[in-house]
Structures are given as structure tokens and as C-alpha cells.
Design a protein around this ligand. Structure first.
Ligand SMILES: NC(=O)C1=CN([C@@H]2O[C@H](COP(=O)(O)OP(=O)(O)OC[C@H]3O[C@@H](n4cnc5c(N)ncnc54)[C@H](O)[C@@H]3O)[C@@H](O)[C@H]2O)[C@@H](O)CC1
Ligand SMILES: Nc1ncnc2c1ncn2[C@@H]1O[C@H](COP(=O)(O)OP(=O)(O)O)[C@@H](O)[C@H]1O
Ligand SMILES: [K+]
Length: 494
């Protein structure tokens, strides 16, 4: 499944029509789905449908007919300039004896649900004048708002703030990325019968889905032993940060590592899991790690000023490595590129800005572009740009792979959750997954654990402890994407 842009969705629409699929069927399905969403969530409530002049308005006109046919009390307000499919929908509404009023006449009524079908993906600039004022009135009315495709006005200001948004045919950037995502409220996806072939777009970012991620889970053969399912080396720690390597070790254990060895400065007292192997060091000298048995490593967590030496000592082992926290320095990542050692980097926006030489705010505002820039700066290195949502990028050869995570929530914005992730990704690489697969699955599972425990006040070690159950649920096929209709509690949230 891919993350669409308005332009890519217009192309999908044209491709469907090129395949012989009538566009009116798509609009009819969109209207039917919107009516269903309103009826399921707001049974028995009166509905005011506000329809714009484009195809989003056409979806609204179709929805109004289906709402009326289902027995709902509906008022329809519409722009008058319809053409094409939307005009057919207005005629269909009229054929059922339903007359629309001009939009200017809409006044909110207490308790009524507003179905926002003013604008969808068709805007190229912000709303002004009458339309901006109308959006202001929708937001000021104390009514639940169901938005068709997008809350009207997005991605610009002003825009409608919806309770529920019904994404049509595919998810768009606004359904996942802040600040637009906050305006969408809950997001549901309606397939609207778009032929799968019309949606095939390998050039667009992959959205991590439960099914695709379950397929990546490394097996656990009956004759597994602790040396066969992946051994992880965690290297980090410094006087001020003794928790970080411990949390990375915990993440690796909980993600299924057979053995976890933690290398750290000998003067530290680390409160390591009983199960971890201790490897205290007098210094991070070359050869300090000789003899450590591992198939993958994670370095940098809490390493402070010792990160450079620690990363170089780990590089000498030539293991697939997660570079995190203090090891996220351009010269260290370049050393992995130069040596051809597989690496995953896991920066948050501040660390990404340090790697790119920019501002954290600019990275957070345009995470897709920042992840792309990092992947191009460090070829063959898998980039995990953490945030809500986390974006992954990887320049394997000529092309660029791109993925966007669909799990995780703001409760995870708490110290140490990133350290857990480093351990998780290292454990999955140690289990034999290629770095791109380990990074995608690791990020997905980490967010899924957060969603299953997702309360403000979540501690990083609790997130790690929730990993086995999250993994088991994914393996059993019990996880549903946040956009799936009827998602049970504990499903992945975007
Ligand atoms: N797969 C698809 O692409 C499908 C799309 N459909 C619907 O079609 C929508 C897109 O339809 P359209 O491309 O007609 O676009 P919209 O309906 O979002 O809006 C286009 C209209 O808004 C006007 N407009 C643009 N910018 C404006 C501004 N700043 N101020 C005031 N008016 C402005 C345009 O002149 C045009 O009349 C989707 O969001 C979806 O709801 C569905 O009907 C079914 C299938
Ligand atoms: N608002 C949010 N929505 C989803 N995930 C979030 C959000 N805030 C933080 N996270 C996740 O929490 C983790 C935080 O990692 P990081 O910033 O490195 O923390 P630390 O350095 O304290 O370990 C990342 O995996 C990130 O994706
Ligand atoms: K809309």
C-alpha cells in the first residue's frame, strides 16, 4: 500500500478510467461509504451535507442520497456550478425528490452532524472569502464533522477540523503527517472499488501494513538455540547515561535475540537485565571487542563523548550495525559507507539536523524530504527518521526506497523509547533480516507495542516489555491498521 499525493490520486483516477472503469462508479462508492460512516458513528442523528463545486461535492451529493434512502433526516447545501459526475449526482438526488439549498443558507443546528464535502484534493491554494468564512462557521458550530477525503481547506489554512475523515481510495500525506493529521480526527479508508492496478505505484512511499510486516517476521524453528536466532552486541554508556544501553539491551532481548552482550566503560554500574552478558571495558581501543560473538550491533546509546571510539571499535567487527544517539555523527556514518559495512541510522529530528547541517524544526516540518536527503547523503545506509510518524529511506542503487510507519503514538515521546528501538532493529538484523526489512519491521513492532500500551506515562522499559505480545498479535493476524473499519482497541494507530 502506498502513500498518495493529490496528483498521484488524480493519475490513479485517470488510470482506472483508462482501464474502462467508469468514474461515476467511484463517486457513487465514495458517497455510499460516507453515508455508511455517518450512519455507523452517528446513528439516528440529523445530517447537514455541505457540498462544494468539484468532485468532492459530488461525493457529498451521492452521500446525501444514500443517507436519505437509509432513513436519515438530511439537509443538503450545495454550490451551484456542478459539471460531469457531480452534476449526475445532483440529478440523481433530485430524482429522489430531494432538493438542495444554496450553501449560503446553511445555519448549524444543535446535535446535527456536518458532512464536509466542500473540497478534497483539488485545492492549489488556501481558501479565502466566502469559503474561508464557511470553514470558520463549520469549526465554530458545536457539531461533529465527518470529512470526505480531506477536511476542506487542507493542506492550507484555514481548514475544517473533523471528528472523522474518510480517506478515498488511498491515504494521503495529510492523513498521517502533522499538523494536517490533527485536523483529520479519526481516519478510515474506503477502497471505493478503485482497481488495484490503478493504484500500483512503486515510486510512492510504502505504508507499513500489518500484513506486509507479519510476512517479515523471522521464524523460530523448533530446533532453535540461543546461538542460532541472533546474537546482539550493544555498545554504549557513559557516566551521565547509564540507562540507555540497558534499554537497548532490553529491546534486543524482547525482540527475540538469543544472546545480548553489552560493552560499556568498566567504571559504570549498569542495571542490566540478568540475562545480558556483561563486557566491561577499560577503553574503547581497537580490538577491545575482539572475541565478542554477535551477528549485529547497536552503538551510541548514552555513549556521550566516547561515541566516536565506541563506533570505531564496533566498525572493526564489520557487523550490520544500528548507529543511534551519540554515534549519529556525519564522519562516523561516512566511515560505515566507506567500509561497506551495512548500517541503519536512527536519528530523531535533532540528530538528523546534526547529520544534515540544518535545523531540527525544518527536519520535523518536512520529514519525507529530510529522510530523502539523509539517504542520498549516506548511500546504502538505511535511514530511520524517528517521529510521529517515523519515515524510512534507503538508497540501495539508483532508486530510492521510501516507507512511512503507521504505528506509534505521542505517549511514546518519553525518554529511552529510542534506545529500545535501536536494540529491536539490531536483534532483527541478528536474526537474519536484511537491514531494510529489519528497520521497517522493527519500527512497526516498536510502534505497535506503544499502541498496545499507549497511555501517557508510558515508560521505555514497559514499551520493551510489551514487544512479545505485540509480535504474537501480529503473527496471529490480529492486528488491524488504524484506517480499517471496525478496528478493535489495541490496533495500530497512525
Ligand atoms: N480517486 C479519486 O481521485 C476520486 C476522487 N473523488 C473525489 O474528488 C475529489 C477531488 O475532486 P476535484 O479535483 O474536483 O477537487 P475538489 O472537489 O477538492 O475541489 C475542486 C474545486 O474547487 C475549486 N477550487 C480550487 N481551489 C480553490 C480555492 N482556493 N478556493 C475556492 N475554490 C477552489 C476548483 O475550481 C474546483 O471547482 C477527491 O478529494 C474526492 O473527494 C471521488 O469522487 C471518487 C474518486
Ligand atoms: N508523537 C509521536 N508519535 C509517534 N511516535 C513517537 C512520537 N514521539 C516520539 N515517538 C517515538 O518515540 C521514539 C523516541 O525516540 P528518541 O527521540 O530517540 O527518544 P530517546 O532518545 O529518549 O530514546 C521514536 O521511536 C519515535 O518515533
Ligand atoms: K472534504
Amino acid at each position: 500500500m502506498r502513500l498518495f499525493t493529490p496528483q498521484a490520486m488524480r493519475e490513479a483516477d485517470a488510470k482506472a478510467v483508462g482501464l474502462g472503469y467508469p468514474s461515476l462508479l467511484l463517486m457513487e462508492a465514495a458517497g455510499r461509504a460516507a453515508a455508511r460512516a455517518v450512519l455507523e458513528r452517528f446513528a439516528g442523528r440529523r445530517v447537514a451535507v455541505l457540498c462544494g463545486k468539484g468532485n468532492n461535492g459530488g461525493d457529498g451529493l451521492a452521500a446525501a442520497r444514500h443517507l436519505a434512502l437509509a432513513g436519515a433526516e438530511v439537509r443538503v447545501f450545495t454550490a451551484l456550478e456542478h459539471a460531469g459526475d457531480a452534476l449526475h449526482m445532483r440529478q440523481a438526488l433530485r430524482a429522489h425528490g430531494l432538493e438542495a439549498e444554496p450553501l449560503e443558507r446553511w445555519q448549524p443546528r444543535p446535535g446535527e452532524v456536518v458532512l464536509d464535502a466542500l473540497f478534497g484534493t483539488g485545492l492549489s491554494r488556501g481558501l479565502e472569502g466566502f469559503w474561508a468564512e464557511l470553514v470558520g462557521r463549520v469549526n465554530a458550530a458545536a457539531c461533529p464533522v465527518v470529512a470526505i477525503d480531506l477536511p476542506s481547506g487542507l493542506p492550507f489554512e484555514p481548514h475544517v477540523r473533523a471528528t472523522l475523515t474518510l480517506a478515498l481510495a488511498g491515504l494521503k500525506r495529510e492523513h498521517l503527517f502533522h499538523p494536517a493529521r490533527a485536523a483529520c480526527g479519526e481516519v478510515l479508508l474506503a477502497g471505493i472499488g478503485m482497481p488495484a492496478r490503478a493504484l500500483e505505484r512503486p515510486d510512492l512511499p510504502e505504508l507499513l501494513t500489518p500484513r506486509a510486516m507479519a510476512a517479515l517476521l523471522p521464524g523460530r524453528p523448533g530446533d532453535a538455540h540461543k546461538g542460532s536466532v541472533g546474537r546482539v552486541l550493544v555498545a554504549g554508556g557513559h557516566a551521565a547515561y547509564t540507562g540507555a544501553p540497558v534499554l537497548a539491551a532490553l529491546g534486543a532481548h524482547r525482540a527475540g535475540a538469543g544472546l545480548v552482550t553489552v560493552a560499556y566503560p568498566a567504571e559504570l554500574r549498569l542495571n542490566l537485565p540478568l540475562e545480558s552478558v556483561r563486557h566491561p571495558l577499560e577503553s574503547w581501543s581497537a580490538g577491545a571487542l575482539a572475541g565478542v560473538r554477535a551477528e549485529a550491533a547497536a552503538v551510541g546509546m548514552g555513549a556521550g563523548p566516547l561515541a566516536h571510539a565506541a563506533a570505531e571499535a564496533v566498525l572493526a567487527l564489520r557487523l550490520p550495525t544500528v548507529l543511534d544517539a551519540d554515534a549519529l555523527r556525519p564522519e562516523l556514518v561516512q566511515a560505515y559507507v566507506r567500509e561497506g559495512v551495512p548500517a541503519v541510522i536512527t536519528p530523531h529530528p535533532g540528530e538528523a539536523a546534526r547529520l544534515l547541517g540544518g535545523e531540527a524544526g525544518a527536519v520535523a516540518a518536512e520529514p519525507l524530504e529530510a529522510a530523502r536527503a539523509l539517504a542520498e547523503r549516506f548511500p546504502k545506509v538505511v535511514v530511520v527518521l524517528k517521529g510521529g510518524p517515523t519515515v524510512l529511506a534507503w538508497k540501495a542503487g539508483e532508486g530510492l526506497e521510501f516507507a512511512v510507519n503507521t504505528t506509534g503514538n505521542p505517549a511514546m515521546a518519553s525518554g529511552g523509547t529510542g534506545d529500545v528501538l535501536a536494540g529491536v532493529v539490531a536483534a532483527l538484523m541478528a536474526a537474519g533480516l536484511p537491514p531494510w526489512d529489519a528497520a521497517r519491521l522493527g519500527v512497526y513492532l516498536h510502534g505497535l507495542s506503544g499502541d498496545r500500551r499507549g497511555r501517557v506515562g508510558l515508560l521505555a522499559h514497559e514499551l520493551a516489555d510489551a514487544l512479545p505480545e505485540a509480535r504474537a498479535a501480529l503473527e496471529r493476524g490480529e492486528v488491524r491498521a488504524f484506517w480499517a473499519w471496525g478496528s478493535p482497541p489495541g490496533s495500530a494507530r497512525g
